[in-house]
Design a protein around this ligand. Sequence first.
Ligand code: NDP
Length: 305
Amino acid sequence: MPDSDSVFTLSDLASWAHPGVSLAVLGHPIKHSVSPAMHNAALARLAQSHPRFRDWRYVRFDIPPADLPQALEQFHAKKFRGLNLTVPHKVIAFGRVREIDPAAQPVGAINTLRWSESGWQGFNTDGHGLASGVQATLGRDLAAGPVILLGAGGAARGAAVECLQRGCPALWIANRTRENLDTLLTAIRPLARQTVLHGFAPDAPPAELPRGALVINATSAGLRPADPAPIDLAALPRPAAVYDMIYNPPATPLLLQAGKLGLACANGLTMLVHQGAKSLEIWTGVSAGQTAPTMLAAARAALGA
Ligand code: NDP
């Protein structure tokens, strides 16, 4: 059995000889990933009632972006049942797989690959992860009211597409760099059917912003201790709740301010867990709802939370 604590590289793949079913997460860097802990805990739990999962293993591979095309071919040749992709591979892989799930097309990024005889099938489970994480922690449906989304990078695009596909009534997007905001708005506008869609600068919130919005942080502001909060929550009409996609550190400046203002708030650990559970569903057929609780406990333990 491969050691699930190890970080493997492309050179290990040539001699990969696990006789059971192999799954992996590819990233660069990757050693911080808690995905092996989550998935192997869920697989061990499943194996108690379904012996076929006893020889399934999920490992991590450090793959630099320039090596990804070659790596995808080799993982396919070695018949890995599935792959997760994290930074910086989600967009690079999009144009390099045989088939893309229609729901992932407007996101322009994939985080889950499933092996098929003729090539990789690509999916994006981040949107499901966000919607389920928000529901699990804040009891709120993305379609239930207005959303104020912070950021215009890859995670924000996935979140915006999910909000629009679910039909949220109004989506306000704020981003530090106007050009990136405009690029995102142009890309997603065709999906905004009944949704009112606006952009704004986070340091100049417009007067028309609605009360009772769900604020979602999809910026990376908060990953480092010295980062500023991506917006001043006190400058917004009182939001209903705040969800920060960042989970490490568990309390960002944005969440600390939300707590001081008495707002319901949660970090992104549940998003991580639910996107992982959905990936496992794609590979195993076991519903995400069944494995998510085990994955959450394992992720918390791995992060020392
Ligand atoms: P990108 O690099 O694609 O985008 C980064 C975004 O953050 C941009 O909008 C950028 O704005 C903004 N930003 C960066 N630094 C600052 C700052 N100091 N102040 C204000 N805005 C800033 O990253 P991703 O979209 O891939 O990821 C964003 C975050 O989401 C990360 O923290 C990541 O960890 C988290 N994430 C969590 C997941 C989960 O499962 N919980 C899944 C995926 C992502 P600008 O355009 O101005 O540069």
